[in-house]
Design a protein around this ligand. Structure first.
Ligand code: LRH
Ligand code: MN
Ligand code: MN
Length: 386
């Protein structure tokens, strides 16, 4: 039997980090549908993130993306966040929107371009110092489009060299999270395409380097929970970029496309002790056609629901069925938890936290959406098209 009090306690302490870029306008390469009332600067993104945390109670940190969130005074940005009841979370680097990076950034054949890329990563660590952020999150668009375009192995050497320089710069308590992605924007090779490559680099770098699993970054059919189990087992899972996908890196709301997959992932997190270790639960998604704040609240709630179900798995019954080789019973134990309607439990938990049990309704009723539409004119692009 699972102890309900322990389940509730775990749900109360869960923290889901929201991404600053999800609050701004975004779109596909075909069209950005601008929405009224979106933030005009990083400070206003934090205002909106404060609302998500106010109504969910479990979204206390906000990830930055540099240069999208570059400001003159990061201490002021942190203070603004604190005023809104949130903190700055991971600092995401961006070495993919500069003309110099046509052939890559940290893996570029030209040392001068590599220098520029590494300098940007070092700048990000400086921002972490100023904001008190723990995590530097690295994703590289680096790769090649055609066989023979560049030397695959030399690019790995350049990657290792650049990462090592940044790793050395990390302070006490700071970490480097390396994110992999199968393809896009490169279509032939990607320099960090999979968890094996990310893991190999992190292993060489040391304790402070961990792998990030973005749920939208795999080939269709990949068993992501297996990767999660393996990384946790090795002590190398740094965190998640949650989002969901039907086709490629769709960046839809977490838990929208395949809630069962999210449950299976969260079960492996629970099984592997991911709640007591330092796994960061981040969202990385864009809301191109739906309202941004409600979509982020929905995503946070979807993560909570998957987590609640994972926590409800009867571990003893499952272990017994597995030991007996009772395939059907073992599967039934897992499915029982998945098929539980956890919404009443989560309403109860929210009530105990002094929150409205229905975050979506409460947010819609609070008038924030109308207020920002009236006050903010000329919202900022989230960054993809900027
Ligand atoms: C790349 C990615 C990475 C970026 C973010 C905006 O596809 O997942 O995490 O930083 O999108
Ligand atoms: Mn990501
Ligand atoms: Mn992505």
């Amino acid at each position: 039997m699972t102890e309900l009090a322990a389940v509730k306690a775990a749900l109360r302490t869960q923290a889901v980090e929201t991404p600053s870029w999800a609050y701004g306008n975004s779109g596909t390469r075909f069209k950005v549908f601008a929405q009224a009332g979106v933030p005009r600067d990083p400070f206003e993104k934090l205002d909106d993130a404060g609302k998500v945390h106010e109504f969910t109670g479990v979204a206390p940190t906000v990830a930055l993306h540099i240069p999208w969130d570059r400001v003159d005074d990061y201490a002021a940005l942190s203070a603004h966040a604190a005023d809104r009841g949130v903190r700055i979370g991971a600092v995401n680097s961006n070495t993919f929107q500069d003309d110099d990076y046509r052939l890559g950034s940290i893996c570029h054949p030209d040392a001068a371009v590599r220098r520029k890329a590494v300098d940007h990563l070092l700048e990000c660590v400086g921002i972490m110092d100023a904001t008190g952020s723990r995590d530097l999150k690295l994703w590289f668009a680096d790769g090649t489009n055609y066989p023979g375009q560049d030397d695959i192995r030399s690019r790995q050497d350049r990657l290792a060299e650049g990462l090592a320089e940044v790793y050395e710069r990390l302070g006490e308590g700071q970490r480097m999270l390396l994110e992999y992605k199968l393809f896009e924007p490169a279509f032939y090779t990607t320099d960090v395409p999979d968890w094996g490559t990310a893991y190999a680099h992190c292993l060489k770098l040391g304790e402070k380097a961990k792998v990030v699993v973005d749920t939208g970054h795999h080939a269709p059919g990949t068993n992501i929970e297996f990767i999660v189990a393996s990384l946790l087992r090795e002590g190398k899972l740094g965190g998640f970029d949650f989002n969901s996908r039907f086709y490629a890196d769709d960046d839809l709301m977490a838990g929208a496309a395949d809630p069962f997959q999210l449950f299976r992932i969260m079960y492996e997190v629970v099984r592997g002790g991911g709640f007591s270790s330092d796994v960061a639960f981040m969202l990385d998604q864009c809301h191109n056609i739906e309202g941004k704040i409600p979509a982020i609240i929905r995503s946070v709630m979807n993560v909570q629901e998957a987590t609640a179900k994972a926590l409800l798995v009867d571990a003893e019954a499952l272990a017994a069925a597995q030991a007996d080789g009772d395939v059907l019973e073992a599967n039934a134990v897992l499915m029982d938890a998945y098929n539980t309607d956890v919404r009443p439990l989560l309403r109860e938990v929210r009530g105990e936290m002094g929150l409205d049990p229905e975050p979506m309704k409460a947010y819609r009723a609070c008038g924030w959406g109308e207020k920002v539409v009236a006050e903010r004119v000329g919202g900022q692009q989230a960054g993809w098209g900027a």
